[in-house]
Each structure stands twice: as C-alpha cells, then as structure tokens.
Design a protein around this ligand. Structure first.
Ligand code: C6P
Length: 401
C-alpha cells in the first residue's frame, strides 16, 4: 500500500527538494478521501443541522449524527457521550469551566510537569478563582511520570486529576489505567488529554476507565476546527453547559431554561458540520489501514529514528530511549545550536519539523532547557525520511561549526 499517494500535499517540492513532513504532532496532512468528503458535502448536502425539515437539512443532520456514532465506536463510547468541540483546547476549557464550578477552597487539582498549556492554564485559572490548589506530578530521570510521587500527591483533597496520555514533547505514554484506579480510590475524577494518543494507538475509554477524554481531529487526518470531548454519561448529565445558545435548548421561559438531552446540551450554536463529516471520514480511513498496522509502522519508525539520531555527535534525545510506552514524537537538542536555526536549515532541505517550547513551558522549566527540535512521524513517513533528517541535521551542524 503506497500511503503517500493518498496525500496530495506531499507531492510538492520545497526549495527544490521533495517535501518531507515530520511535524505530525502539530497537525497531520489530509488524505484525498477526507478532502473529497468535504467537497461532496458542500456540493450536495450543505444545510444547517437539527433546524429544518427540508431534504438538505435532514441529510446534513444525519451525516452529523452519524459522525458522533463513528467517533463513539472508535473509542468504545456511547453516542450520548461524544460532544463535538473545536479541538482538545476547547474540550479541556469546557471541563475547567463546567467542573471548575464545583470546586471549593483548598480542593486540589493534580496535573503533571509534562502538560501542554491547554491542560495547564485552564486549571491554573479556575484554581485561582476558586481558591483551589494546583499540584504537579514530577518526572523521573528517564522522562516518565514519577508514579511514587503521584501516589503521595493523590489524597482525599484531590478532586480532579488531568493528565496527558502522551506527551507532545517527550513522546512518553503515561499509565492512565493506573492513574484512573488511584483517582477513583480517592473519589477524584480522571481527565485524559488524548490529543497525541488517539491519532496513534487504540484508545478504549472503558478499558482506561477515565471519566473524560479530549482530542483533536486535525492530528488524525481530519480538518482543523473539530475536536471531541468524551465524558461518562452519568457525569455529563450532572454538569452545567459551558456555552448557551441555539441547538441545545429544550424550553426557554422568562424564568428558566431547560436543556436538550446529551450530547446536544453541550453543543450550543451552529456546529462545525463539515469538520464532523471530515472526522468521520478520517476515522474510516484509519480503520481501513487498521490502527494496529499504524501503531506498528510508527513504532518501527520511532525505533529506527532513535537509533539513527543517537549516533549523531552532540545530539541529545529529550525523551525515553526505549520504544515501550513511547510514541512517534522525538525531541532533541543539538549542542550550541538554537532550535529555530536548525528548523530553518532543515526547511531549506524541504524538511518540516517543529522547534521551540511546544506550548509546554512548565516542562521546559523542569528540564532546564529553552526548547527542543521535534520530529514527529505518521503513517506516510518512511525510513528514507529519517535518513534525510539525519543528513540535514549533520548539515546544520557543519554550517554552524
Ligand atoms: N499540540 C503541538 O505541536 P489543539 O491545538 O486544541 O488541537 O490541541 C492542543 C493540545 C493539547 N494537548 C496536547 C498534548 C497537544 O499536543 C496539543 C497540541 C500541538 O504539539 C500544537 S501546540
């Protein structure tokens, strides 16, 4: 199967060189199947959803509802438990606002040092408002969560634990099942930031037993502006909506308003219909290749990349070196070179990687570094891409010698 052929954008040259796209943790490229689904929708079915009895509105509504079911099946949830948002960031902010309202002074929210700003700042802000406290699980020397420290940090005061499933900087995959058990033993809720895991591995919310889970469509071949908030039905039923408006109302009187049933209660306003349709198509695309095959391909590439990069002089990998519980995200620093300079040289070679703090400043502080370069792989990458990366890094080292 030549996967690269499914991605029209990859056919171009950058600065006269074949484009090698290694910035998949930022966003993935879109296969022609997803692009075609968006075109078909606008050429055939475009209408607002749940607001008309005309043919187009019914078609759009059916496609939009079907997308909820496709996502539910993908992560082993129920239809009512899938709320569409504009991405992981909005999903986590929704929780910080809705769940945050229930917090009291001196309640504790447990995060980790490797959180993305989207899973850090919303909690920090709501904690400030409520007089609650933020605690952070530190890292071990091999870039994993310090579970011994976590054990001590999870107490009766802990009300919410919100942790990334996979670090967007380190590639570390965290022991969510273990954290869920510890959280529930203390009566706390476990939220999972799955922005970097759902696109790369089978995620089953019942197996993980998390209470909420957030992810973005654009990191898994779907358009930007569509994301998911999964929540256990019994918890979503008790939560207050984050936004109010059309589409989520059962009845409004001068005195009070009642909400529609789940998931619509949390989807105020005209939703991102094309995004939802694109996400359903992207999941169909993933299922056709098979998540197990994707996982295997990405693991093999990661192992190869770690081996090749480790052989480069003055290069330090910032993340676990072994392949177990680690994803296709490799951060590295180069002695004496600024990540942006490296990124610029690689760009001249047609290679797209990311450099900087990756929206994870608390992690940079904990590691005592300003930033890293980061190469992240997906299904259309191959060993030749990694060989080209290695060559370009060596060129950057030669230039800045
Ligand atoms: N990380 C990266 O290059 P949004 O932007 O809402 O789709 O996702 C936010 C987010 C939340 N958690 C994690 C672990 C993430 O990696 C991201 C997005 C991108 O690493 C853009 S900063």
């Amino acid at each position: 199967m030549n996967i690269k052929q499914d991605f029209p954008i990859l056919k171009q040259k950058i600065h006269g060189k074949e484009l090698i796209y290694l910035d998949n943790s930022a966003t993935t490229q879109k296969p022609k199947q997803v692009i075609q689904a968006l075109k078909d929708y606008y050429e055939r079915d475009n209408a607002n959803v749940h607001r008309g009895v005309h043919e187009l509105s019914m078609r759009a509504s059916m496609a939009y509802e079907n997308a909820h079911q496709v996502v539910a099946d993908f992560i082993n949830a129920d239809f009512e438990e899938i709320i569409f948002t504009k991405g992981t960031t909005e999903s986590l902010n929704t929780l910080a606002y809705s769940l945050g309202r229930t917090l009291k002074k001196d309640d504790e929210i447990l995060l980790s040092e490797m959180e993305h700003h989207s899973n850090f700042v919303p909690w920090q802000q709501i904690a400030k408002e409520k007089g609650a406290k933020i605690k952070c699980i530190p890292l071990t020397k091999d870039f994993r969560l310090d579970m011994k420290a976590a054990e001590k940090l999870i107490t009766k005061k802990t009300k919410i634990i919100s942790i990334t499933h996979c670090s967007n900087v380190l590639g570390t995959i965290n022991p969510i099942k273990e954290l869920a058990k510890k959280a529930h033993n203390m009566g706390a809720l476990l939220i999972v930031d799955a922005a970097q895991s759902v696109p790369h591995m089978k995620v089953d919310i019942r197996d993980l037993d998390c209470d909420f889970l957030a992810f973005s469509g654009h990191k898994m071949f779907a358009p930007t502006g569509i994301g998911v908030l999964y929540g256990k039905k019994k918890l979503l039923e008790t939560l207050q909506p984050f936004q109010y408006g059309g589409g989520m109302i059962q009845e409004v009187t001068l005195e009070k308003t009642t909400w529609k049933e789940l998931p619509w209660k949390f989807e105020a306003g005209t939703p991102n219909i094309e995004g939802a349709i694109g996400l359903a198509k992207a999941i169909e695309y993933i299922n056709t290749i098979g998540m197990k095959n994707i996982e295997k391909h990405n693991q093999e590439l990661t192992a190869y990349a770690i081996k090749q990069l480790s052989a480069i002089k003055n290069l330090t990998i910032i993340g676990p070196k072994e392949n177990k519980d680690r994803a296709a995200v490799i951060s590295f620093t180069l002695e004496g070179l600024h990540p942006h300079d490296v990124g610029e040289i690689l760009n001249q070679e047609g290679i797209a990687i990311r450099g900087g703090n990756h929206c994870a400043m608390p992690l940079m502080t904990s590691l005592k570094i300003n930033g890293t370069n980061r190469a992240s792989f997906h299904i259309y990458n191959n060993k030749q891409d990694i060989d080209a990366l290695v060559k370009a890094i060596q060129k950057a080292q030669d230039i800045f010698k």
